[in-house]
Design a protein around this ligand. Sequence first.
Ligand code: GLA
Length: 381
Amino acid sequence: MITADNLFLQAFKTASEEQYFAPGRANLIGEYTDVGGGNVLPFAIQLGIFASLKDREDRMVNVFSLGEKASFSLDDLVKSPVRWLNYIIGVFYIFKTHGIELEKGFDVALNSDLPTASGLSSSAALEVLFGTIIQSKAEKGKVSDWDIVKFAKETENKFIGLNSGIMDQFACKFGKKDNCMLLDTRTLEFSYSPLDLKNNDLIIMNSNKQRGLTESKYNDRVKEIASGLSDLKPYMEIKDACLLNYEEFEKNASHIKDPNAYKRLKHLILENQRVLKSAALLKEGKIDEFCKVLNEGHQSMRYDFESSGKELDTLVDLALKNGAKGARMTGAGYAGCAIFISDKRDTKRIINEVIKGYKRECGRKCDCYYAEASDGARRIK
Ligand code: GLA
């Protein structure tokens, strides 16, 4: 792969002076719980986006990415017809609303090995990458790591229009090599824990079916959750969806008008319990039991939250049928990626079978990556 430094040289005919990196993330379990005040268990992966840059004397930001150059001015932070550029403009816009602005623009070349729109948080990586660049150029101490995470999420919510939770931006920034993170998305307390799968591998399966989240059903799900909660409100004390007591919820379920809203809430409550159980099992080194909980998580996404899809279900089923201990979709779903965990001795065979079966059943190529838990977004030079 050509480096970001070389791309910069090609695009701007001079050498870059700074370099940054932001990783994507995979989520072990805890899908959509971050929109219900629950827990998540993600980790940053080794794939990500590199940025090589050099300051300019004026207020332009010129970005070279995916073979095209796109520009905007720090004085004109409005939506662009260039779709991917909006994730960058949006970050500058949101930082500005918080009183943080750079004096000068810069030229920047981006290089990525992170598949885009694939459920591995390519958009959060881009947002956090530019948040990290702004942090490094702003007055020392003015922008904290949590500011980057929160402003990146705000970019997604207010500038892009996706009502997502905080998991992706958090994982891209706070990732730590060989660790996963248990984050309580209500209090924002989190802890690192070794992602030690003993004699097992963790594989990411890319369905190569892309999805644009804003067009997908993500915001619909958020609305369904809210409607279910509002039906329950007269009958139950409600803080966050994930904190509802499951027995009490079932007792009051007849008050929920939309059957889908019932299923979404059921998923959130039980998924949150699964996250806590998974984190404990992982700590105790009980990998086989941990995998069983991941499997339950996938079925819940498939039948109750209904955010899986033919491609992801096919990948998960093929992995399990061929001997994986655990498999589930990761991220927002609909398309994108799934993960599986298998005994190291079985991994290659399972990968081959999944690739063959997926081609046969869905007519697409599946790419598999050995996942490594990695450090979060940072300045490299
Ligand atoms: C997307 C969102 C996250 C989270 C996941 C599903 O990745 O950005 O906030 O809700 O979907 O777990």
